[in-house]
Write a protein that binds this ligand. Structure first.
Ligand code: GDP
Length: 478
């Protein structure tokens, strides 16, 4: 080790010690925000930050209703190598003259918000306190990589090849399998051939995902982040061969799979996931119901797979890394609840709870507190009741995203018993939709962001964002 590196180590040590002392007086709390693509992570974080900076609508956030929050400020984030969450440009999109939804999450990013508050004294401490809230945004697809870490290339490849033969996937796998049958794993490695196989396999995974089929690892093939095109991502499954020569395509694919685990998957779990204290998992359950039985069954399966990262004993590498550390609170939030009348919100929360019951049970077993809520981080609709043929119809009203015109729609109703809906979803044949399947209009609804011209004290309109916040950080502000 050179002198420069020694110096770096010492400085790192001093920095860590300094942070340790700081943490004693001004603790930091790392809040992870995840969910599959389109679940609502970007909108959630933007609304959370805007609502904490302008707290006029946080009626169910204890520290705020008790008037103990003195100031909230955006601070430079402490990890210089992690991109900053683009809060300002997302707000500019939402509040500009065009009012558009912000650009969705593509990779990990982070933001620090510092909250100065008065303590209640319940914690044994009195007077002013400061909490640094580090919000970490990351694609839920990346959690799928946990399943790879304990597998060899041969195990993973044979699993992937077998999965592609299932009735539901065979159609999507056609092009990739054609590319595969033209490849010779024992031939000398050739970069264009490797790239072609990677692209065909990635396209197959993406086509499965678009069809609502449950997602498969590697997670970066679905959401590459900044690594698109790098060698660690340029691999694909090949059938096992006897005695793959050192320079062969097979040997190269195997080496890249190992590199993916080492330089892509593990650093994400080590540097981001393992450091989280609290976690919100957003889930577009309504969108899945609208997509039909298969989409709901597959979202449930994918969530079970991604959420296995939150349970102990799933992966020996992660267990060793986490030790006794654990996520203390886990919130399952059904997003975009403003697409439904509030009379339906309880059913949406119950459906989410039923979909994620297994994950919640396991997280609770590890000592985490869990909760399910139906939320809208930004409420784009208002409600209206009209009488039709002697019956009251519960409508939602908002500006349509496609035409820009104001519209009132009856979004349909969710069934009372979520278990039955899930059982129907699991039993349904591909493409079949039972006649009594609910809410086939949910998908057609897309509303523009609202025009919130409230006072300077008001953040965006929302549904239960304040309750989500209270669950996630309320106890740290006592
Ligand atoms: P991400 O991929 O998880 O970052 O998803 P986004 O936060 O970008 O959300 C995807 C889309 O869902 C947005 O562009 C909006 O159209 C919609 N959306 C997300 N949250 C809400 C919400 O609270 N209300 C409404 N009406 N739409 C939302």
């Amino acid at each position: 080790m050179g002198i420069g590196e020694w110096a770096d180590e010492v400085l790192d040590g001093i920095e860590r010690a300094r942070r340790g002392v700081d943490d004693l007086f001004e603790p930091n709390l790392r809040l992870g925000v995840t969910g599959l693509s389109g679940a609502g992570k970007t909108v959630f974080i933007t609304a959370l930050v805007a609502s904490l900076l302008n707290r006029g609508r946080l009626h169910m956030f204890g520290a705020q209703t008790e008037r103990r929050i003195e100031a909230v400020d955006l601070r430079p984030q402490p990890d210089p190598d992690v991109p900053r969450f683009a809060y300002e440009s997302h707000m500019a999109a939402l509040t500009g003259t065009d009012r558009v939804w912000p650009e969705s999450t593509r990779a990990v990013s982070q933001l620090r918000l510092s909250i100065r508050y008065r303590r209640t004294g319940l914690s044994g401490l009195f007077g002013p306190g400061v909490l640094h809230l580090d919000i970490v945004d990351y694609p839920g697809e990346w959690l799928l990589d946990l399943s790879l870490l304990d597998q060899s290339y041969a195990d993973w490849a044979s699993g992937a090849l077998a999965a592609a033969e299932s009735a539901a996937r065979a159609e999507h796998a056609k092009d990739w399998r054609a590319a595969l049958s033209a490849a010779d794993p024992s031939a000398r490695h050739d970069e264009p051939a490797a790239e072609a196989l990677y692209r065909a396999y990635r396209d197959y995974l993406q086509s499965c995902r678009q069809a609502g089929l449950s997602a498969l690892a590697p997670g970066r093939f679905l959401m590459p982040g900044e690594l698109e095109g790098s060698p660690a991502l340029t691999f694909a499954p090949l059938p096992a061969i006897k005695g793959a020569g050192r320079g062969s395509l097979y040997a190269q694919m195997q080496a890249r799979f190992e590199a993916y685990k080492r330089v892509v998957a593990k650093p994400f779990f080590r540097n981001h996931f393992a450091r989280l204290d609290r976690q919100v998992v957003l889930i577009d359950a309504l969108g899945a119901v609208a997509g039909g039985p298969r989409a709901l069954a597959d979202l449930t399966a994918t969530m079970a797979e991604t959420l296995s990262a939150f349970r102990h004993g799933t992966n020996s590498w992660l267990d060793a890394l986490l030790g006794t550390r654990r996520i203390e609170r886990l919130l399952f939030a059904a997003s975009k609840a403003d697409h439904l009348h509030h009379a339906q919100h309880g059913r949406l929360a119950a459906l989410t709870e039923a979909m994620l019951a297994e994950a919640a049970r396991r997280a609770e077993w590890r000592g985490a507190k869990t909760e399910s809520l139906a939320i809208a981080a930004i409420r784009a609709t208002s409600e209206q009741e009209v009488m039709r043929a002697g019956r009251s119809l519960e409508l939602v009203r908002g500006q349509r995203l496609d035409t820009g015109r104001e519209a009132a729609v009856f979004p349909g109703a969710l069934p009372e018993d979520p278990q039955r809906l899930l059982a129907t979803a699991n039993a349904a044949k591909p493409g079949a939709v039972p006649a009594d399947w609910p809410g086939q209009d949910f998908a057609a609804l897309k509303f523009a962001p609202p025009d919130w011209q409230a006072g300077p004290e008001d953040g965006p309109p929302h549904i239960r964002l304040d309750r989500a916040l209270d669950f996630l950080i309320g106890d740290k502000l006592e």
